[in-house]
Design a protein around this ligand. Sequence first.
Ligand SMILES: [Zn+2]
Ligand SMILES: [Zn+2]
Length: 302
Amino acid sequence: MSSTSQSPATPSSAPATRRPRARADSRLAESRSVSLAYWGVHVACFLAFFTGVSASDFALFAATLAVRTFAITAGYHRYFAHKSYQTSRWFQFVLAFLGATATQKGPLWWAGLHRRHHAYTDRDGDVHSPKDGFWYSHQGWIFDPRWSDTPEDLIRDFAKFPELVWLNRWHVVPPILLGALCFAVGGLSGLVWGYFISTTVLWHSTYSVNSLAHRFGSRRYDTPDTSRNNLLVALLTFGEGWHNNHHHYMRSVRQGFFWWEIDVTYYALLGLERLGVVWDLRLPPASVVDPSSAAPEERAAA
Ligand SMILES: [Zn+2]
Ligand SMILES: [Zn+2]
């Protein structure tokens, strides 16, 4: 559904062959189809009243939710958006593919727009600031035609990989395969719990980072934005709720800066580091963790 064309923020480099009207129409069609799919998946959750739930359905729900939560946090966010660690090209694709099963569009679109969020946090140009309204920051921005296209200028480092460009264009393929797998494993109730309900829960936990963690919680660092540290969001998202820490030093692979700040994604990445699957995990210097530090050099960088 998404294209790899230019963000409206950088219209000067838009393909000359596409007329502005045609581009606007295609963005509108894109946002309508996203809206249809988003609310369609929500409504499909009610099929659970007819299918019921078995132990294997619930196991499928827990597995697809956990794997995809990790793929979004460790893959789409900490790797593609922030390059907070290194990995091989094949595992990079695994992260991208699993991330795409989360049905949050392609990795280049997601990571590019997230870099934009950091560059313009809570200012004009931010993709999902709560200053535009709580629900807009949570989910309204997904349907906004201004953000339909992949911002290629912001994600050139990964747009050089043809397999990622392909996946970004055909991001509907992994969710369809996941849905088919769930159906093959557990029939209709497997599809309902393993895909529809799991995806809906995953959407709202992911989007709570943009809404709740910019509205409710504590602020250890005096960042020039509304970011908060929020334990509930951190538990739901495997560590992404330490959002004030993250806006303070976005390059860190670890978002819970202290031992009591639970960060499941970081623990899993430590395990993968031991296995040699990932390496060069980037940690914040002690001077940056100090609550009185400003870390100004990190604020402008992706
Ligand atoms: Zn944020
Ligand atoms: Zn981030």
